[in-house]
Design a protein around this ligand. Sequence first.
Ligand code: GAL
Length: 693
Amino acid sequence: MNDRGDRGDRGEERAAALRARLGGIGYGGDYNPEQWPEEVWAEDVRLMAEAGVNLVSLGIFSWARVQPDPETFDWGWLDRVMDLLADGGIAVCLATMTASPPPWLARLHPETLPVRPDGSVLWPGARQHFTPSSEVYRDHATRLVERLATRYARHPALAAWHVGNEYGCHVSASYGEVDAVAFRGWLRRRYGTIDALNEAWSTTFWSQRYAAWDEITPPRQAPTFPNPAQRIDFRRFSSDALLECFLAEKEVLRRVTPDVPVTTNFVPLRDTLDLHAWARHEDVVSYDSYPDPADPGAHVAAAFAFDLLRSLKGGAPWLLLEQAPAAVNWRRVNRPKAPGQMRLWSWQAVGRGADAVMFFQWRASAGGAEKYHSAMVPHAGTGTRTFAEVRELGRELAAVPDLAGTRVRAPVALVLDWPSWWGLEQDSHPSALLRQQEANLAHYAPLFAAGVACDVVHPSAEVSGYRLVVVPNLYMITERDAANLAGYVRGGGHLLVSFFSGVADDRDRVHPGGAPGPLADVLGLRVAEFWPLAKDEHVEIEEAEPGWLGSGFGGVAHGSLWSEEVRLDAASPLATFASGVLAGRPAAARNRHGTGIAYYLATRPDPAAMASILARICREAGAAPDLPDLPEGAESVVRHAADGTRFAIVLNHNDKPVTVPLPPGGVDPRDGTDVVPPYRLDARGVLVVRYPA
Ligand code: GAL
């Protein structure tokens, strides 16, 4: 696997060129003109100007239209669309069109189709029906990309490349013969010898020892729990296989258009692709965000994903390439965004580092599976609430061009690692209830509520600049990454680790001595036995150090999900279990290590207790919010310009108005007026305040 990434490969320069080209925040959406007669295109471009659109993602599903059979290419219609957009001053993020192969590919090469663990085939008729390991698919894809890139290399509309579309969205792994061969190749490169593989996969267990590479298959449907190390390696391989598709196309684009930035839109946060491995290969990372308007907590999870996106490239701005203007079509019940909510959630992305706000899609489809998905131009036309909100947001974003390129500064980092996520959520564990994203959000939500900015980083990241590092549930950890975190604490950092972390190594073998493995020293404790809690079961916890659980609980709180028998070495107890078999034993502990402090939680304290614990640790660590004392349901983030100018983006997620405390001296960049108290935000309101350097 090419793991070099593109550091020093002018990625930032290309991203900056895109920014300069857009002259501010990018605004627009997926544009699928081939779904409409040509007469509509001119009206589209006119309406785009009216809506403030300066960027469209074009041609994402155009492969079958552009190449109706292997030897025929039809570019004429796309030439005309590109020209129209260039004339209208609209930049194009041109798709490589490879996300949905044309039907002829499957007819001529059925082996390109993906296969499920049970051997069933995923047929054409929807989209993403290719196995990433198919050389045939990759050859056809790169041949198309070569022609596309060559044709439009110097076209004035071309501003960026949009490779594929949401890699892994529907098919994140394939289990067929083509895949078995590729998996074996990947394993040979990783392990060198079959003995090394047997060792790494613990195959002496259940008589799984392999004598030859050809005996190895993907982890297909099996009588019971398949080998866990094999499954984690298959996840690594599957993420890499998709990445190789991306890299094969990127290689062509780089050769033909070396100065044009390359991106691919990541699916809404999930466990499929190892985004840390992917991001380094993109000039700018981009993301599709689809929070559920019916979920009152959706904006917290969305913020977490945005913070991750920003952190993937060390704080560089990212692009929100897709969101719904109102409703989606793929939930059981699809509620539209409430009035103002689309604007609110768009500004939330901008606040957390997005340099583009884009939608799926420009004009609502009349036919096909997404005809009930909202669009910037709805079926009912431009006299609609949605189009009015789209136009208004375009106007607002255009008024703040100097926001683009500014950066968020976070005092806290939360650690997330995809292989560990894969390991954590496998079967045959002490509890099937542990979920990575639940753990992330349980730790993130209190920081979000307090307005403390948080990056989301890999366990090997350089963390010495952070005040606090939070490890919600790092099930697998290498000695080296553990040494990174321990070194951070020794040097004066604050570290918070929750249970079932440091348990296994990167081959899913339990570390000697068990949990928390190589974190035992920095945490000053060992775990003797896990006592996971049933769904809805609680244990009482009481503080061992007065005030540690915060005020208002009488020193007693509840833990859920997990408990465990912890033996303290150097650490001292902060809280103890007060009910159940572990009554009297530590539930939380603190260890001074070098000049820093490490904290450990042996259960999941209830949300109120989590909030007090994190508030206290943040205080001790000196991790402060940009704007303190936000009312409940309000959010604020600050973006910093290189010249010292600051932009506070303050959001009200409530259905009622709130008043927020703001420092004086700010100007609303959208209309140039001074921002004066009381700083009132309407229901779902947005305040943008510029503070001069
Ligand atoms: C995304 C996809 C788009 C569209 C959208 C609908 O996953 O990239 O093409 O399908 O969802 O919400």
